[in-house]
Design a protein around this ligand. Structure first.
Ligand SMILES: Nc1ncnc2c1ncn2[C@@H]1O[C@H](COP(=O)(O)OP(=O)(O)O)[C@@H](O)[C@H]1O
Ligand SMILES: [Mg+2]
Length: 259
């Protein structure tokens, strides 16, 4: 269970360019929930994820992960509990290392162990298996350089690396947005398969309303640093993309959406 209470974060505080990115955010996410986070540009979505990951610390409020208070715990110390995948396929993986080496690095980071211990034959099989589940052909490319993979394969590799070890929270920040529509669907399917197999608690920022409606168990809408709507599974069932867009427009007609 993720519990965020009264989170506030301002950038450039006390200067003329002060920007309150998040204010008064309360959020409770149960174990295994898959929450889509939607909202226009600048709504505070990435800042919320950054706060949960510990990449930035809040000015006010608190965060608990499975009853452990992590509010002031820095990102590296949360890495065993929280993993992230970003929009840019170039960010999550090291291009000059092979798929297997990238996976091994992720394992070392998560387990804090040495390379020799991690690089065994059984690891290779484990890697191959977890990559095969993603259905992007990565299981046959363990020795390929990550830099030679397609964008979709790199995002799938980032996902596999993020979820190699047991996690309390997976954060996806528009992780399919830079991909072409077809690849975006494939990576989304891989994501859903991963999440449901591991019953991962997940927050996914997306501009894709169809993905939010089809795959998430709950949709949170953000605007101007606040959560302005929280749509649970029951309410979500009857909604269409058009309904969601309409709700958006009512909240703020400046919002830019793509379905
Ligand atoms: N490091 C930063 N320094 C200054 N302002 C920032 C920083 N990060 C985000 N902001 C501002 O905070 C607001 C929320 O940003 P962000 O969380 O990235 O929005 P979203 O992900 O919903 O597009 C925006 O106005 C943005 O310009
Ligand atoms: Mg963002």
């Amino acid at each position: 269970m993720i519990l965020a209470s009264q989170l506030r974060k301002a950038f450039n505080a006390g200067t003329a360019s002060e920007k309150v990115a998040i204010s008064g955010v309360d959020l409770q996410v149960g174990s295994g929930e898959f929450v889509a986070v939607i909202g226009g540009n600048g709504a505070g979505k990435s800042t919320l994820l950054n706060l949960l990951a510990g990449a930035i610390l809040p000015d006010e409020g608190s965060i608990e992960i499975d009853t452990v208070a992590v509010t002031r715990v820095p990102e590296y110390a949360r890495a065993k509990m929280v993993a992230r995948v970003f929009q840019d396929p170039m960010i999550g993986t090291a291009p000059s290392l092979t798929v297997q080496e990238n996976m091994t690095l992720a394992l070392m980071r998560a387990e804090g162990r040495g390379l020799r211990r991690a690089l065994t034959m059984s690891r290779r099989d484990t890697f191959r298996q977890s990559l095969a589940h993603l259905r992007l052909g990565l299981e046959d490319r363990l020795d390929a350089l990550a830099g030679e993979l397609s964008g979709g394969q790199r995002q799938a590799l980032s996902l596999a690396m993020a979820t190699l070890c047991p996690l309390k929270l997976l954060l996806l920040d528009e992780h399919t947005a830079a991909l072409d529509p077809r690849t975006s669907e494939l990576v989304m399917e891989a994501t859903v398969s991963l999440i449901s197999r591991s019953e991962l608690t997940t927050l996914m920022v997306t501009h894709n309303m169809e993905h939010a409606l089809a795959y998430a168990s709950r949709i949170i809408m953000m605007n101007a640093g606040q959560i302005v709507a929280d749509i649970g599974a029951d309410e979500k069932k009857g909604l269409t993309v058009a309904d969601l867009v309409a709700r958006f427009r009512i909240k703020d007609d400046r919002m830019v959406l793509s379905a």
